[in-house]
Design a protein around this ligand. Structure first.
Ligand code: ADP
Length: 714
């Protein structure tokens, strides 16, 4: 039953490929053709004796089959009588045709090889060739992709010729007949064969090959079956073609039906059924494909929807975070504005890449100017604004500082300089900034900062400087003025001493008695020499004080000769200079590998000599002085320490040791004028350095000296 349905389907398909023709049997031959027909007798014809149901030769030696039925119609309508030449097989028929033993071949495809000796009529039967495989084989869409596949075909067929050319990947097995080919596929001796659709249907049914199936077709491999005529009879072709054209699809269908005995449920119109079936099939396929596509799209849609929900959730979170951040940033911005307003500072932002400068209104207001008078929008306005506002003497220094800051990417920018207020007067500002760079390094660097009004402070500093200068001059002049009367006192004291000695030598000549003589003795030998000694010692002291004052005033005025100071060398030098003190006190000084600094070597020598000298001088009784000197380098400075195990300084006295003439312990046996540390402090501060001390009475002292590690301008 199933097989039957297949045949009906195959037959319906077959109908689609049948050639169309007219049943008009009246053919108007030309005179030439008519003459040919009259002159020629029967045309000899070879057929395939074993090609059922298309054609064969029956036991009575008669040509039978679909081709025979159709040839009968052609013969009838053309008037050409075909005379069968009996052969044993198709190969022999081909051979006979080549040898001229038969003038036509009844039913064959045209191939280039055959065209060498044959000319072909129009096809009078067409149908597709199909692949026949066993049930388990997959559908064949492209035979070129098959590897290790064998195809069995009858020898000498046109298909053999074409398959050999088109699909060299297939292993070809040749057999004698089509039924042998089917058998070989059935017995698994070959993977497939190829044959015409009706032939396949006929043989599967006849032989009962239920394990075989039609596994695909090649559109290019259709059978266009026509008659092959000996090439020397072209007129015969012209006579036969009009007859072939008269054959109708119904006649072909009838001939096929005669030899493929399938119980066909006669459809009113196969083409319509097929078209409807194909349309339904198409609709079904499209529907299925549509459904499948829809399901896929739905799945993708719901997946995308899920993702969308996730994304919108994330977006919501992001928006919330951003909103909070914006709120915080608005809060921060407001707070920063308030800070700046409260600090009374001017804010600025300078883009080092574009040269654009933005300044807050207060930046201008502190100079008594109005921000509206300046173009803050212009993309590279910095130099215009600065040229107008910076003091001409400080411009170069400001730009150099900024450039240095950018080159070295220092953490903070700090610079003090003068600007010009609205009246053209100097106005001191302290400018501080920070560099802002994005992590990608793509955006140009931006510096943001503030301007602080240090005008009053600077003016006060300048006043102090001037006063200090005046004081130094006064000190200098006074010291000199004091020194000349002192020299007079000293000189006259010497004169008095000399005259006194003369007088004393005269005294034994004066006769004195008793009490007077004792008193004279007292005056000459004790009182006058004692007073003279007192005068001398005070003159000395006064001299030292004047020297000290002069040194201080000189240090204040001296110009620093700044160079790199090799500290190990310097301490070594001091060690040698203080040789006597060290030897007498048995002091032990420990100092090595000190970092170097920048400064005036002579002055720094004075600093460290004073400090080491004090450390030896203020030793504890019966204790050997142990002095250690260290140095620690920081970013822009180096801090040296001088530690001793001496008598130390009381908490009360410690802050005053830097004052001129201050001596913590005047009863001390140690000599001194209380000038050394004042001098040291002045020198260190002249080097932009710092000095301080830590000490406990009876436990020793540590003096700290901080000095620059880079060259500086004094
Ligand atoms: P002086 O000429 O008196 O040494 P300085 O100015 O050098 O003057 O020192 C001031 C005072 O500080 C000294 O008189 C001394 O009392 C105290 N002093 C300085 N250095 C030390 C030290 N290393 N240990 C204890 N006291 C010190």
């Amino acid at each position: 039953m199933r097989l039957k349905t297949v045949y009906i389907f195959l037959y319906a398909l077959l109908g689609l490929f049948l050639p169309t023709g007219k049943a008009d049997t009246i053919i108007n031959f030309t005179e030439k053709q008519k003459l040919w027909l009259q002159q020629h007798g029967p045309v000899t014809m070879c057929v395939d004796p074993d090609w059922e149901p298309f054609e064969s030769i029956d036991e009575n030696g008669k040509h039978v089959g679909i081709a025979a039925d159709l040839l009968e119609l052609i013969s009838l309508r053309s008037g050409v009588i075909f005379q069968l030449v009996i052969t044993e097989n198709w190969e022999q028929s081909l051979e006979y045709s080549k040898q001229g033993k038969c003038q036509v071949l009844s039913f064959l495809n045209s191939t280039p090889q055959r065209e060498e000796w044959l000319i072909f009529t129009d096809p009078y039967f067409s149908e597709h060739n199909v692949f026949i495989t066993r049930e388990e084989h997959d559908f064949i869409s492209d035979p070129a992709r098959l590897s290790n596949h064998s195809m069995v075909l009858p020898r000498g067929t046109s298909i053999e010729e074409r398959i050999r050319n088109d699909y060299p990947n297939l292993e070809l097995i040749l057999v004698e007949s089509e039924s042998d080919a089917m058998k070989m596929v059935d017995k698994k001796k070959a993977d497939m064969t190829m044959r015409s659709l009706s032939m396949a249907a006929y043989t599967i049914k006849k032989e009962g090959y239920f394990n075989l199936k039609i596994a695909g077709r090649l559109p290019r491999y259709s059978n266009q079956l026509s008659m092959g005529i000996s090439s020397d009879l072209p007129l015969l072709k012209d006579i036969l073609n009009p007859a072939i054209a008269t054959i109708t699809p119904q006649e072909i269908e009838q001939a096929t039906h005669n030899h493929i005995s399938i119980n066909i449920v006669s459809p009113p119109n196969y083409k319509v059924i097929m078209a409807v079936a194909a349309a339904l099939m198409l609709i079904l396929m499209v529907g299925l494909a549509w459904n499948y596509q829809l399901r896929r799209l739905n799945a993708r849609l719901s997946e995308k929807q899920g993702r969308l929900i996730e994304l919108s959730k994330k977006l919501k979170e992001d928006i919330e975070i951003r909103r909070e951040a914006e709120e915080a940033s608005r809060g921060n911005a407001a707070r920063y504005k308030a800070f700046i307003a409260a600090s009374n500072a001017g804010a600025w932002e300078y883009n080092y890449g574009t040269g654009h400068l933005w300044c807050s209104p207060n930046y201008f207001a502190m100079l008594g100017r109005d921000s509206k008078d300046f173009d803050l929008q212009s993309p590279d306005n910095a130099f215009t604004i600065w040229n107008e506002l910076l003091h001409p003497d400080d411009r170069e220094q400001v730009f150099a500082h900024l450039h240095h800051f950018m080159e070295n990417r220092e953490e903070t920018y700090e610079s003090t300089f003068r600007m010009l207020d609205a009246n053209g007067n100097d106005f001191w500002v302290l400018s501080r900034g920070k560099l802002l760079t994005d992590n990608t390094g793509k955006k140009p660097p931006v510096i943001i900062g503030t301007h602080m009004d240090i005008n009053n402070q600077k003016k006060a500093e300048e006043l102090i400087k001037t006063k200090n200068k005046e004081l130094e001059t006064f000190l200098y002049v006074t010291s000199h003025d004091l020194r000349s009367p002192l020299i007079n006192i000293q000189g006259f004291s010497h004169k008095i001493e000399k005259q006194f000695l003369k007088l004393k030598a005269m005294v034994p000549a004066i006769q004195t008695q008793g009490e007077e003589s004792d008193s004279l003795e007292q005056i000459l030998n004790k009182n006058i020499p004692g007073s003279l000694a007192y005068i001398y010692s005070n003159v000395d002291k006064m001299n030292n004080l004047i020297d000290g004052l002069l040194t201080i005033s000189r240090v204040g005025r001296v110009k620093l000769n700044i160079a790199e100071c090799k500290m190990d060398k310097l301490i070594n030098h001091i060690h040698i200079n203080l040789g006597i003190q060290i030897e007498q006190s048995y002091a032990h000084i420990n100092a090595s590998s000190l970092p170097d600094c920048f400064g005036d070597e002579d002055l720094l020598n004075q600093v460290f000599t004073n400090l080491i000298d004090n450390a030896i001088k203020y030793q504890k009784p019966d204790t050997t002085p142990e002095i250690s000197i260290t140095g620690r380098k920081e970013k822009s400075s180096v801090t040296y320490t001088i530690t001793d195990n001496g008598i130390g300084i009381s908490e009360d006295h410690l802050p005053r040791i830097w004052d001129v003439f201050f001596r913590a312990d005047t009863s001390s046996a140690q000599k001194g004028e209380g000038i050394g540390l004042s001098l040291v402090k002045i020198i260190v501060e002249k080097h932009h350095g710092k000095i301080w001390a830590e000490s406990r009475e009876g436990e020793g002292s540590t003096f700290f000296v901080q000095l620059p590690v880079e060259k500086f301008s004094a």
